[in-house]
Ligand binder design. Sequence first.
Ligand code: GLN
Length: 486
Amino acid sequence: MSHHALTIHQAQQKLRAREISAVELTQAVLTRIQETDERLHSYLTVCTEEALAQAEAADRTLANGATPPPLCGIPVALKDVILAQGVRATAGSKILEQFIAPYDATVTQRLKEAGAVIIGKVNCDEFAMGSSNENSAFTPCRNPWDTDRVPGGSSGGSAAAVAADQACAALGTDTGGSIRLPAAFCGVVGLKPTYGRVSRFGVVAYASSLDQVGPCTKDVRDCALLLDVIAGHDPRDSTSVNTPTPGYAAHLEQGLSGLRIGIPQEYFIEGMQPEVETAVREAIAHLQGLGAEIVSISLPHTEYAVATYYIIAMAEASSNLARYDGVRYGYRASEVEDLGALYQTTRAQGFGSEVKRRIALGAYVLSAGYYDAYYLKAQKVRTLIRQDFLRAFEACDMIATPVAPTTAFRLGEKLADPLTMYLSDIFTIAVNLAGLPGLSVPCGFDQHGLPVGLQLIGPPFEEEVLLRAGYAYERGHDWRTRKPPL
Ligand code: GLN
């Protein structure tokens, strides 16, 4: 197997046995990027020199004989909303095109402390707003399985890079499905941890009550390994929770017997692509065969999730994005007469149309006279949605659903109509509203050879049980051994 195709755990073994060096591995991944990225556009910045220097340092650590840190010498890509000191962080926006991060995000710092090689910054929708990566201000990323199709968004670059072996693993962010949807569309594993499980410090904010960083990996074991590194309390993020992390990779093999898996009828809707439904139902039957008990549950407020999410996310975005004023960060318009014009022109020229739409709608739902009707009501419905889940978890230990109603769609297909685009998130966003962990695992392919994803949703801070189930499922299938035809 070529070095670039290694998973984290395979690379760990080979590095520790000194069968390959970290520099060779990093070089193999850099070459892979060079050979494939013209077709995919996963990367916005490749950190060639820094990565090779980090790999050399990893080789020194590996040579000194002591047990190396867990990700020593492993190339990992970061979604371009996650800061890495000294490296450009665009968040997929013109307004941050020249912005160099002055410090590391906590997750970046943890990756570095674990010995990882930061291989580059990957493409995403502008400020993580989108479901297809087509809102990237630079260039849309493409799906490695079919380059006429989207990789999903907003962490499209993270999923495409991992699927195409342009990184051993990547981090993404998930505000309303942005890790799980691209993971499903690209046939890789993606996890949105419980809100508060992973630090948001140093991550460009979209909607702060929903944003969460998570792993995007080639298999479930890698997902657990990466979560072990990034999870945990961070005093620099006031929403980060101080509860112990159980050691995710250590508990993968406990199996499924005795676990109850809930199937919500509201997540198998009319209009779904039939092959998606079939693949997901087969996956559920497989889990049952492994000893899980299948129970039927109801999440009655599901139909309000899309509307609720888009009100809350846009409200928070309009507030968060007020900081891009041409004075403090990034792009500044020139030849303007006064401060008001500076703000206006900077924002008019720096933001793309989807971002502007969301700032306008967000300001609208927060404005006097509309606040009660939209924002406040959305917050109340959000509570109902969370209560639906907590009630369901009295009858089951996790919930299984599709990740999305369809497989990857064609570039341009949904661009003209934002509402159809928002509907791609129908199965993922309730999980963010409720603050729960959600795992996306490949569970088959459609007739065009496009991957389908199974979503497993857990109670707060129960990532461990999702990973265990995902791992047991994955072991019974060979989906992960298929590679996109690049
Ligand atoms: N598609 C959703 C949105 O545009 C989700 C984005 C995300 O999770 N970052 O808001």
